[in-house]
Design a protein around this ligand. Sequence first.
Ligand code: NAG
Ligand code: NAG
Ligand code: NAG
Length: 225
Amino acid sequence: MDRMPSQISTFSLLLFILVLYNFSTVDGNAEGDALFALKTRLTDPNNVLQSWDPTLINPCMWLHVTCNFQNSVSRVDLGNANLNGQLVPELGQLVNLQYLEIFGNNISGIIPEELGNLTSLVSLDLYENQLQGHIPKTLGKLQKLRYLRLNNNALRGTIPYSLTTITTLQVLDLSNNHLRGYVPVNGSFSHFTPISFANNPKLIVPALPQAPAPAPAPAPAPLVS
Ligand SMILES: *[C@@H]1O[C@H](CO)[C@@H](O)[C@H](O)[C@H]1NC(C)=O
Ligand SMILES: *[C@@H]1O[C@H](CO)[C@@H](O)[C@H](O)[C@H]1NC(C)=O
Ligand SMILES: *[C@@H]1O[C@H](CO)[C@@H](O)[C@H](O)[C@H]1NC(C)=O
């Protein structure tokens, strides 16, 4: 009988810890919901997303997901995972995400402009998929980005000038798409060579800066498609 009070206080201590834990992982739940929204748009014949259980308190125990010390998602590693389907705008809610690696799948549809909200992103690797539509100009907001690889997709439209403002950009690969128009040469794009833009038949890659300036042309050459 005299053990009763201590059991009660142990119980209330546990309750207190649980409540505290819940409060400290509210963001984790929101991030779990965002990632689960992605899962619902994908077909996953190899069951790589099997551990993505939305009833867990946060997504930090899910396979292919890494969290920082505050239980906020810092990496999503789903390269070469045989995934089919589309990306979702909810991914833009992962504000501490540094690495988004979804290369080498069969992802179609557009690149959501909400990915421009991932301002912690260091690496955005969506290469070797079936992505369509334009490169969102919002990606220029990714001012910590070092790797941007969107090569081997079916992207259209022009290269947004906003990307030239990403001073941290070290590796850029936009090759093997259907981009058109002029490749920017200013800002961070002054580092990149034509290899970054190869195999976009309608893209106009300026001559390398070292080349002597051409005499003024009589008329612009017609665009051949
Ligand atoms: C890739 O996705 C497209 C639909 O976007 C589908 O028609 C095709 O069969 C898929 N390929 C593979 C290998 O799953
Ligand atoms: C994220 O980006 C979209 C479109 O770029 C914008 O409309 C939205 O307000 C942003 N969300 C947050 C939470 O910043
Ligand atoms: C590069 O030039 C474009 C078009 O003139 C401009 O919008 C963009 O801000 C420039 N980028 C930098 C880094 O100055």
